[in-house]
Ligand binder design. Structure first.
Ligand code: OOG
Ligand code: NI
Length: 403
């Protein structure tokens, strides 16, 4: 415990709230999504009673969000690690989206709390992707060096923010005054920038990958989506569609089933056109629009063990037992025994590579261009851990430790 006025747990909860307010002001449809999610959750609670809270208290689920951000360099992701570290969020898992269909030129991790009590207090997580500029399958030598120059000369986060982050992580929190300042600077760093976008450069990157353009074609980063959690995602999907909001054509992850909910199910509304300013090749500044940011929503189930995950990946949800006791006895999912000796599910707190790929893909303007004959750049969990300069946690080890 620290003596700081605002501890890391409260900093995280306030950061999630402040980003939510920002995203709602930038993307009004997000506010609709949050309202519909809250209405669905209230209805599930009314219909099911305490059973609805089996996978997290209503307070947790109502405040629960995951964000997504995308950065360009190892230095940038290390800075992101410091900012989230201040909020008690640590990198968990390694995702290589270059292996996805269509391939995306990024590797990713998720910053999140890692202990049961912290997850219960506020499980805010941020899926964070980093561009792989030296992967020749996507970027030729000239584009790589242009990207390196562009990314190397920008500063996503002011020094004052990084210093406050280091102070918070070291002291376990901040004074009220410093906490306000930290939240103000951190939130502003993830706002959409009014800076004009260099049209020719952006278009060049977009012809390779929309995600590369979103990262390397603009001078700052931004929240790409902020996802509330819902207790009945099929109902949410129907209600959003009835409101005339265009959803992607499916729910990613396990199909609806009467079996216990496992892992993660996600869907989203399509990226909306947002006004942006552009600098044309002749130097004139014009108003235009980009469709990059969207609204995702998710439902979470129990965390699977490695055996459960292999079974899910090989045979799908139909291969699973019908009951929680069955899942537990077969060693397929994580449960802990409460004081009364009853089985309590351990919530899945991470992401799914196929689902993430589907979420990326459903909002791309084109598949981009990839030359599979070219040399891939080596990236793995060990590489990312070194870039971050902090432990990259293994999700399976964390679930096992929560029991
Ligand atoms: C991240 C996509 C992955 C999820 O929920 O699987 C993700 C992005 O679009 O940057 O957020
Ligand atoms: Ni997401």
């Amino acid at each position: 415990m620290s003596g700081a006025a605002v501890g890391t747990t409260e900093l995280r909860a306030r950061f999630a709230r402040s980003l939510s307010a920002l995203y709602g002001s930038e993307v009004p449809a997000y506010t609709t999504l949050v309202e519909v999610s809250e209405a669905v959750n209230a209805d599930v609670l009314a219909a099911m009673g305490p059973e609805a809270e089996r996978l997290g208290s209503v307070a947790r689920v109502t405040a629960e969000r995951h964000g997504a951000i995308r950065v360009g360099t190892p230095e940038e992701i290390a800075q992101v690690g410091r900012i989230f570290g201040a909020c008690g969020m640590f990198p968990v898992g390694f995702y290589d989206l270059r292996e996805a269909t269509p391939p995306i030129p990024v590797v990713s991790t998720a910053f999140r709390p890692i202990e049961g009590a912290e997850l219960a207090a506020n499980p805010f997580r941020v899926f964070t992707s980093m561009l792989v500029v030296d992967d020749r399958r996507f970027f030729d030598a000239r584009t790589q060096s242009q990207l390196e120059e562009f990314l190397g000369s920008r500063r996503l986060f002011p020094d004052e923010l990084l210093d406050l982050a280091d102070l918070a992580e070291k002291a376990g929190g901040l004074s009220s005054y410093d906490a306000e300042r930290f939240l103000e600077l951190a939130t502003a760093s993830f706002a959409l920038s009014p800076e004009p976008v260099d049209r020719a450069w952006y278009d060049h990157l977009e012809s390779i990958s929309s995600v590369a353009a979103d990262i390397g074609g603009v001078a700052s980063t931004h929240i790409n989506h902020l996802t509330p959690r819902v207790l009945d995602i099929d109902d949410l999907y129907r209600r959003m569609t009835a409101l005339g909001i265009e959803m992607i054509d499916r729910i990613q992850g396990p199909p609806r089933t009467s079996r216990p909910a496992v892992l993660l199910r996600q869907t989203s509304f399509r990226a909306l056109a947002e006004p942006r300013t552009f600098r044309e090749p002749d130097g004139t500044i014009v108003r235009g629009e980009l469709s990059v940011r969207f609204g995702e929503v998710e439902a979470r189930g129990v965390a699977l063990t490695p055996a459960g995950r292999s079974l899910y990946d090989a045979r799908g949800i139909d291969a699973f037992p019908d009951t929680e006791q069955g899942l537990h006895d077969a060693g397929l999912a994580h449960y802990r025994r409460d004081d009364a000796g009853l089985l309590q599910p351990i919530v899945y707190e991470d992401f799914l590579p196929t689902s993430a790929a589907g979420i990326f893909a459903s909002n791309l303007t084109s598949d981009g261009s990839v030359d599979a004959a070219q040399r891939a750049a080596a990236r793995d969990a060990t590489w990312l851990q070194a870039a971050l300069g902090r432990t990259l946690h293994d999700p399976y080890a964390l679930y096992a430790a929560q029991v």
